[in-house]
Design a protein around this ligand. Structure first.
Ligand SMILES: [Zn+2]
Length: 91
């Protein structure tokens, strides 16, 4: 997934929040809308359980086997954090 430009993303988000806090409507240019959409898609993206398992498993003979219970349990905990939102904070 393509990451939106960081500086522009920050400027747009600060401006949108500032206007929202003032109760004002915001209008986005097509480029700003594209940047906001990329940022939202990136924020909403989650890896698959299988991908998480493949990254955390240090057991070479495991090959993401369901028998590698310590890794499966860690992967489940990580996926639960994504589903619960973890400690993520919004601005
Ligand atoms: Zn493992």
């Amino acid at each position: 997934m393509r990451r939106p430009p960081l500086r522009e993303s920050r400027l747009i988000s600060e401006q949108l929040i500032r206007r929202a806090n003032l109760g004002r409507t915001s209008t986005l240019t097509p480029e700003s809308a594209r940047i906001c959409t990329l940022a939202l898609q990136l924020a909403l993206a989650t890896p698959s359980r299988a991908k998480v398992l493949s990254v955390i498993c240090g057991n070479k003979s495991c090959s993401q086997s369901v028998e590698c219970m310590p890794c499966v349990m860690k992967a489940n905990e990580i996926m639960n954090l994504y589903e619960e939102g973890g400690d993520a904070r919004l601005c």
